[in-house]
Design a binder for this molecule. Structure first.
Ligand code: GLC
Length: 581
């Protein structure tokens, strides 16, 4: 049985640093709001809508990349780290955004992509022109090929987006030459982080954005920057960002050290020891400033291993992907929460909680499946379609459960509206490199990236005066911000209420107490409940109403109506209630 009480101050304390209990909202700049009518979102579009985010009650905004980029991977292919792509605006637009956000009490977090650049970056272009062994080549990972004429790639690594991680170049003299490494698309060459010049360059990139008023960074592919010495063959290729097809596969009898060592040998480009040195270098730069934070995208399992990224002197937070990947199951949910609080608490860091982002199937859709497609796969028109009503209800219940937990929470734009994934997007619209590199066998992530519906009755619902880069379904008419603001039962209202109550009653309320009668092992297999301070949160995971002993006044119900019966409260199916004593 899990521990009944989790009293870990690292997650929450009244006087704690802001990020320990913050709610951070992810903006996907292409799809938030279009200020200039070209069909793609931009920074002025966001600045014009900042008030709605302040009203939602979030503390900070993390922006997916807006830097100069050929957009081969939607901006995660950066050509100039110190400039804004003209599709999204200018540096002056960034400055206005930061200034306006400040007046509303919102912080701006920038997405740093240090593992790789775009092939259009000046350094990579110089490397292509320079000779093998040159200082220009040494900024990336170039190797001679195998085989009599170097015609075979240097090793067997496969790209996360499909195909080999190696591409052969034509040398300046026109002959076929060396190969370069790219864990992702061909257009995303990996930097050589063993090279001090690369490290020093990123020091200056960090300072550039911190000096401009960024509150910190979300660090892309934080677990991939160092590759095992000698670039040995991989034991089992996987197209997931963790290198493991099943997160459960790591639950073994080994000690933590043995487990980590084994995984580092099995996955020579994920989670190598050397990344911690980079984490510390980044952190020391942030610590030159007041109050700045960094959150690592480190898809490593298990959670105790992820916690090593938030040890003192490293990241402030990491995304809790173990939580995101937890299926709709009471025991697994209780276990992952307890495990997270313990693992992160043991190193003095807060846990984070996240259910959706731009790389995964939106949780309102994911939860409409009993068998969820693998991370990154996406859904296409010919796939089994989700049970939408079930997904919507479960998603709201899951969000209400999440927002009461101690630690930091992440919201992906649109989840507050209950937006589903676009599961029937036609191939002609797809932009995800995964789709192209697998010749369409994997649909990819575009379905999670559809622009937001703001107002009005007809698509594109105020997102743009032009044609949106991905189509917005007319069926989203009820899901606009405008519509949900006037509907007291909407998902948006639930998020707003939850964030307000969280600020008032939960920040500083400490750890959680699992309600004994809903523990696993108890007969109440369908209810999971915890209390924090004066708030009790009860989630009913089942398909039928369930009685519970929660006391206090009902302040939130994610779906349906809570009734009183025999002196007890009846929680509706697939719903979460908050009760204030
Ligand atoms: C991260 C980003 C993802 C991107 C990849 C390569 O996982 O979240 O969108 O494709 O890194 O940069």
């Amino acid at each position: 049985m899990s521990m009944p009480t989790t009293e870990l101050l690292s997650h929450d304390r009244k006087d704690a640093e802001w990020w320990r209990s913050s709610v951070i909202y992810q903006i996907y700049p292409r799809s938030f709001a279009d200020g200039n009518g070209d069909g793609m979102g931009d920074l002025p579009g966001v600045t014009g809508r900042l008030k709605s985010l302040a009203d939602l009650g979030v503390d900070a905004l993390w922006f997916s990349p807006f830097f100069t980029s050929p957009q081969k991977d939607a901006g995660y292919d950066v050509a100039d780290y110190k400039n804004i792509d003209s599709r999204f605006g200018t540096l002056a637009d960034f400055d206005s955004l930061v200034a306006k956000a400040k007046t509303l009490g919102l912080r701006i977090i920038v997405d740093l992509v240090p593992n790789h650049s775009s092939d259009q970056h000046v350094w990579f272009q110089a490397a292509l022109k320079a000779a093998p062994g040159s200082k220009e080549r040494a900024r990336y990972i170039f190797r001679d090929g195998k085989g009599a004429n170097g015609e075979l790639p240097p090793n067997n690594w496969e790209s996360v987006f499909g195909g080999s991680t190696w591409t052969r170049i034509t040398e300046a003299d026109g002959t076929l030459g060396q190969w370069y490494l790219h864990i992702f698309d061909t257009s995303q060459p990996d930097f050589n982080w063993q090279n001090e010049e690369v490290r020093a360059e990123f020091d200056s990139v960090l300072r550039f954005w911190l000096d401009r008023g960024a509150a910190g960074f979300r660090i892309d592919v934080a677990h991939g920057m160092i590759k095992a010495d000698g670039l040995p063959d991989i034991i089992q290729n996987s197209t997931t960002m963790s290198g493991q097809d099943s997160p459960d596969a790591v639950k073994t009898e080994e000690t933590q050290e043995e487990l980590i060592r084994r995984l580092q040998i099995e996955n020579p480009f994920w989670g190598q020891e050397g990344v911690h040195e980079i984490n510390r270098r980044f952190r020391s730069i942030l610590d030159e400033y007041d109050d700045r934070v960094m959150c690592g995208e480190a898809w490593v399992h298990p959670l105790s291993r992820m916690a090593s990224y938030v040890k003192p002197g490293e990241y402030h937070q990491t995304f809790n992907f173990g939580y995101l990947e937890t299926p709709w199951n009471k025991e697994k949910l209780q276990d992952v929460v307890t495990e997270s609080l313990n693992a992160f608490g043991a190193v003095g860091a807060p846990s984070t909680w996240v259910l959706s982002n731009h790389d995964v199937i939106r949780h309102a859709t994911r939860m409409g499946y009993d068998q969820v497609p693998k991370q990154g796969d996406g859904i296409g028109p010919k796939y089994a379609q989700p049970d939408e009503a079930k997904g919507q209800r479960r998603a709201r219940a899951a969000s209400a459960f999440m927002l009461g937990l101690p630690g930091g929470a992440y919201i992906y734009q649109g989840e507050e509206l209950g937006l589903p994934e676009h599961t029937t997007l036609e191939d002609k619209y797809r932009e995800d490199p995964t789709f192209f590199r697998t010749q369409g066998a994997i649909k990819g992530r575009d379905g999670a990236r559809v622009p937001l519906p703001w107002s009005g009755k007809t698509t594109p619902f105020g997102f743009s005066t032009g044609k949106p880069w991905l189509p917005i379904s007319q069926s989203w008419e009820e899901l606009t911000v405008e519509n949900e603001l006037v509907d007291p039962k909407s998902s948006l209202q639930m998020y707003r209420n939850a964030l307000e109550l969280r600020k008032e009653f939960l920040v500083g309320a400490g750890g959680i107490n699992w309600l004994e009668s809903t523990q696993h092992g108890s007969k109440r297999d369908e209810l999971l409940s915890y209390s924090r301070g004066t708030m009790t949160v009860v989630m009913n995971l089942s398909d039928s109403p369930q009685k519970c002993e929660a006391v206090g006044k009902l302040v939130i119900v994610s779906s349906g109506t809570v009734e009183a019966r025999d002196g007890k409260k009846v929680i509706p199916p697939r719903s979460t209630g908050w009760f204030l004593a």
